[in-house]
Write a protein that binds this ligand. Structure first.
Ligand SMILES: *Cc1c(COP(=O)(O)O)cnc(C)c1O
Length: 356
């Protein structure tokens, strides 16, 4: 018998609001239950009286929030007898699909854009033994191909168009409300396919059924991949934040619904602003997230400064993925080239005194 306080993953914890039965075999590697961390130094830096929390989803088993949806999608795929899953991915979905397929003992096929996926994510998909198919195209092309091929082969799509993904991901909203003892006033997220903003809104509206309470949902995109700002799908998305390098969001209508019903908005950040926010979080708070994730904090800071988010607000920013996913982008931002010195006490002492 499992011990009463052993954490067995988010499906076990939230089974009352998820589509599983007592006999469902749960495919879990301990996802969810991520920390909600209050920022201490950044609010003082910007000189505003706000409570900013970050939901550090980079601490999921494969380092991104995708695990929340993947545990549900793979659990249901296995329950329905599927022997293989398939996804298109900018990286994190493929890492997560590969890991959960390995755990379940089924096959994972992942379509990734050639040369546009961060090193850590590729390493994960390879280590977990996924069948990796690199395409000479972007995520949007991959997604279209996955939809077509799934009509011709016995494979289950585990992109966020799979409704179980959204179900699993909504649990983040439940965790936040539990940790705060209330729902936040504002919830800020990076937006790519818009599955995550859709899932959070689903969680908040389920919880708020009787009280009517819900946060204002704010979605931030990269300037070169901002279909929600343009008001239409775009063809050649480009950004350093590869996780949100998407021109044709799959949850288009749902995300507009979340924005309108919550009274929220979309906005965009340049790549420079995204990287600056990533560095700020790393240097000021000790929290390392990947570039796409930092769009939530960078956007929130701007909207706090310009008064769109008023003082006195409680704000949650989702940090969707871990900084270690993309070491190349991180290192290329840091102008340090640590020079080698003699391995002597004098040389090391001089190097330290030089910096104090
Ligand atoms: C998938 C992903 C996103 C975008 O989430 P959507 O649900 O596609 O909007 C943002 N950041 C990271 C790190 C991701 O992996």
């Amino acid at each position: 018998m499992a011990s009463a306080n052993r954490y067995l993953g988010l499906i076990d914890k939230y089974r009352a609001v998820l589509p599983v039965s007592d006999s469902t075999r749960l495919i879990s590697i301990g996802e969810g239950n991520t920390p909600l961390i209050k920022l201490e130094n950044i609010p003082a830096l910007i000189g505003k009286n706000v409570d900013i929390y970050v939901k550090y989803e980079g601490l999921n088993p494969t380092g991104s929030f995708k695990d929340r949806g993947m545990t549900m999608a793979v659990t249901k795929a296995v329950e329905e007898g599927s022997k293989a899953i398939i996804c298109a991915s900018t990286g994190n979905t493929s890492a997560s699909a590969a890991a959960y397929a390995a755990r379940a003992g089924i096959k994972a096929f992942v379509l990734i854009p050639e040369g546009k996926i961060a090193l850590g994510k590729l390493a994960q998909a390879m280590m977990h033994g996924a069948e990796i198919i690199q395409i000479k195209g972007n995520f949007d092309h991959g997604m279209q191909l996955v939809k077509e091929v799934a009509e011709h082969a016995p494979v289950t799509i585990v992109n966020s168009i799979n409704p179980y993904r959204i179900q699993g991901q909504k649990t983040a909203a439940y965790e936040i409300a539990e940790a705060l003892g209330k729902v936040p006033d504002y919830h800020c997220l990076p937006v790519g396919n818009a599955g995550n903003i859709t899932a959070h809104w689903l969680g908040y509206t389920e919880m708020g059924k009787t009280s009517g309470e819900h946060p204002t949902m704010v979605g931030y995109q990269a300037a070169g991949a901002a279909p929600f700002l343009k008001g239409e799908m775009i063809d050649d998305p480009e950004t350093v934040a590869t996780a949100i390098r998407i021109g044709r969001p799959q949850s288009w209508d749902q995300a507009w619904g979340a924005q309108k019903e919550s009274g929220g908005w979309f906005d965009l950040l340049s790549d420079e602003e995204i990287l600056a926010a990533q560095k700020l979080l790393s240097e000021q708070e000790g929290i390392f997230c990947e570039p796409a994730s930092a769009a939530s904090v960078g956007g929130a800071i701007r909207d706090i400064k310009n008064g769109k988010i008023p003082e006195g607000s409680t704000i949650v920013c989702t940090l969707t993925g871990h900084g270690l996913k993309d070491p190349d982008t991180a290192i290329s931002q840091c102008a340090v080239n640590p020079k080698a010195i003699d391995a002597s006490l004098d040389a090391v002492k001089a190097a330290i005194l030089d910096k104090l």
